[in-house]
Design a protein around this ligand. Sequence first.
Ligand code: ATP
Ligand code: MG
Ligand code: FE
Length: 345
Amino acid sequence: MRVLGIETSCDETGVAIYDTDRGLLADALYSQVAMHAEYGGVVPELASRDHTRRLLPLIQQVLDEAGMARHELDAIAYTAGPGLVGALMVGASTAHGMARALNIPVLGVHHMEGHLMAPMLEEPSPAFPFVALLVSGGHTQLVEVQGLGRYRLLGESVDDAAGEAFDKAAKMLGLSYPGGPQVARLAEAGDPGRFRFPRPMTDRPGLDFSFSGLKTHTLTTLRGLEQAGKLDDQARADVAHAFEEAVVDTLVIKCRRALDDTGLKRLVMAGGVSANTRLRERLAHEAEKRSAQVYYPRGRFCTDNGAMIALAGALRLLAGERDEVGRMQAVPRWPMETLTAPAVS
Ligand code: ATP
Ligand code: MG
Ligand code: FE
C-alpha cells in the first residue's frame, strides 16, 4: 500500500510517500520558521495561509521524487490533531479533496502517534512493547506502548513541555526560535562546574515532570550575572550548559524509573527534543547499564515531518481504518491516551 502522508499541524508543511512493502519512497518539508521568527513565535493565521501555498507543490515534489503519478497512490493520511485548527484544516481538506478525486481511502492521524511511530522508519525498528519518551515542543510524556493504539500514560509534564523550556531558555539567552538546537550548541562551550540547576520533581516518586521552575531559575541566574556585570559569552554558555544538563538529567532519571516500573527493556524516544545529542548519549549509557535498547528517529524525523504521518496512517489504513467520506477531522486538543487499537490488527 502506497500512502501519501500530510503534516500541517503547526509551522512545518511535511509531505511523504510511504510504501508498506518498500518503506519510505520520498519526503519533503517546508519549514515556516523564518517567517514566524520576526514575531517571536508561531502566528496561527500566517501558518494556515503558508500551508495553503506550500502543500500542493510539495505533494507534486514527492510524487516526482517517487516517480509516481497521483493515481498510483493507494491511500492518504493527514494529521487530524492536536495542533492549530486552521493549519490542521489545510491538510485535512486537501487530503479529503484528493481522496475524493482519486477515489481512495483517507484517514486522520494523531500527531503524537506519528511522532511515536517515527523510530519505526529506521533500522532496526523497535518491536512492541516499549516505553516511549515523547519530548517535543508541546508534549513531555512517558508512555507504555503495548501496540498501535494501546497506550498507557505513565507520566507527563504538569506545566511546560521540555521543548518549550528549551525555547524559552533560548529566548532569555538571546537566541532565536526554535531554540533547542541553539541552546545545545551554546552549551558545548559551557563550564560544567560553574552552575548546578535543580532537577525538578526527581526527589519524589512518580513519573511526572515540571519544567517551569527551571525557566525561572535560568532567568534569575542570568539577572544575577547581569547585575554583577558578569554576563559575558562564557557566562551565557555556562548557563546554557547547566540548563541542558538539568533537563537531560531529569528526563534520564524518569526514563530509568519508567523502565524499572514496567520491567520493559526497550526505550523509544521521539519528538523534537529527542534530536538532542546529550540526551541521546545519556540514555544510551543508561540503557547499556541495564542491557536495554534505545531507539530514536534520524534528526529530521524527530521534529515534525510527513513521513511519520504516512507511516502511522499506513499502519491503521492497513487494518481497515478510514474516515467517512466527506468527514474531515481537525481536532486542536486530543489526548493520545484516548486512542484505541484498530479493530483488526
Ligand atoms: P508537538 O509535537 O508537541 O505538537 P512541535 O510539533 O512543535 O510540538 P516538534 O516539532 O516535535 O514539536 O519539536 C520542536 C521542539 O524540539 C522545539 O521546542 C525545539 O526547540 C526542540 N528541539 C529541536 N532540536 C532540539 C535539540 N537538539 N535539543 C533540544 N531541543 C530541541
Ligand atoms: Mg515545529
Ligand atoms: Fe510535533
